[in-house]
Design a protein around this ligand. Structure first.
Ligand SMILES: Nc1nc2c(c(=O)[nH]1)N[C@H]1C(S)=C(S)[C@@H](COP(=O)(O)O)O[C@H]1N2
Ligand SMILES: [Mo]
Length: 259
C-alpha cells in the first residue's frame, strides 16, 4: 500500500472523485465548471471537519428534496429573522410595490444583468411544495414559485472561474448585513429558485418580498430573503466575515447546511 493511501488521504480522494463526477453530470453544458483544482478547492473552502465532507457524499448532492402535495401545506408558515427591513431604500421600494426595484446579477459573469420585478415574474418558473426546516426547531410546508437560478446564471454568462453564488440581502440582522452563499452544484440544482410567489400569492414582506432564495436541501438560514443582488465569485474570503453567510460568520453555523 502506498504511503499516500493513509485512511485520511484515500477518503479525501474518494470525496474529490465523487464530487467531480457529480459536478460533471449536473453541470455538463455549463462550460468547464469542474476542473480538478477547482473541485478540490471547493471541497475545502469553509469546511474544516472531514465529517462535513463525508456528509456531502451521504447527502447525495444530486438528489431532489422531497416535494409534497397541496394537502400537506402548513396552515401557518412562521416568519423568522428579519421580518420587516427598516432601511430607507427597502422601505421606499416596499412603499411603491417594488415598482423601481431591480435584481442585479454581477461578479464573474460575461453579461451583468438587472431585471425589474415584472421581468423576474415573467421569466420561466418552477413551482415546488417543500418543507422548510429552521435550526431553531420548527418546520413548515409551503409552495414556492420562482425563477430557476441556473437559468439566470446561464443568461448572465457565468464564468467558469465562478465557484460560489452570493446573495446580498436588503436587510441587516443584529446590525449586520444579511447575506448567504451556495456553490455551483447547488446553484444549478433544479430546485434552487429565486421565489417571488409563496402559496400562490406574491411573497409578503415577512417572507422576503420581493424575492428570496429557495435552496431546498438546506436549512432555513440558507433561504436568503430580500435578495437584491446575486454575485458570482471565486472566493468567499473577501466578503464580510469570510465564511459565506451571516450565521456562518457570526454564530459558527455550518456553511453547507444539509438537511
Ligand atoms: N435576509 C434574510 N434572510 C433570511 C433571514 C433573515 O433574517 N434575513 N432569516 C433566515 C432564517 S433563520 C429562516 S428560518 C428563514 C425564515 O424564513 P421565513 O421568514 O419565510 O419563515 O429565512 C432565512 N433567511
Ligand atoms: Mo432559521
Amino acid at each position: 500500500m502506498s504511503r499516500l493511501l493513509t485512511p485520511a488521504f484515500s477518503r479525501r480522494g474518494l470525496i474529490a472523485a465523487g464530487a467531480a463526477s457529480l459536478g460533471g453530470l449536473l453541470l455538463a453544458g455549463c462550460d468547464r465548471l469542474t476542473t480538478a483544482p477547482q473541485t478540490l478547492e471547493f471541497l475545502t473552502i469553509g469546511e474544516k471537519a472531514s465529517r462535513t465532507a463525508q456528509r456531502w457524499i451521504g447527502a447525495d448532492r444530486q438528489g431532489l428534496a422531497p416535494e409534497y402535495s397541496r394537502a400537506d401545506m402548513s396552515p401557518v408558515f412562521r416568519v423568522n429573522g428579519s421580518t420587516n427591513p427598516t432601511n430607507a431604500d427597502y422601505v421606499a421600494h416596499a412603499h411603491t410595490g417594488f415598482a423601481d426595484w431591480r435584481l442585479k446579477v454581477d461578479g464573474l459573469v460575461a453579461n451583468p444583468i438587472d431585471l425589474s420585478l415584472a421581468q423576474v415574474r415573467a421569466a420561466p418558473s418552477r413551482t415546488q411544495i417543500t418543507r422548510h426546516d429552521c435550526v431553531e426547531g420548527w418546520s413548515a410546508i409551503g409552495e414556492w414559485t420562482g425563477l430557476p437560478l441556473g437559468l439566470l446564471l446561464r443568461r448572465a454568462g457565468v464564468s467558469s472561474r465562478a465557484r460560489y453564488v452570493v446573495f446580498h440581502c436588503a436587510d441587516t440582522l443584529l446590525g449586520k448585513p444579511y447575506y448567504e452563499s451556495i456553490d455551483m452544484l447547488e446553484a444549478f440544482h433544479p430546485q434552487t429558485i429565486l421565489a417571488h410567489t409563496m402559496n400562490g400569492t406574491p411573497l409578503s414582506i415577512g417572507h422576503g418580498a420581493p424575492l428570496r432564495l429557495r435552496v431546498e436541501r438546506q436549512l432555513g438560514y440558507k433561504q436568503a430573503k430580500y435578495v437584491m443582488r446575486v454575485e458570482a465569485v471565486d472566493s468567499l474570503a473577501p466578503l464580510h466575515g469570510g465564511k459565506g453567510g451571516f450565521w456562518e460568520d457570526n454564530h459558527d453555523y455550518q456553511w453547507y447546511a444539509g438537511i
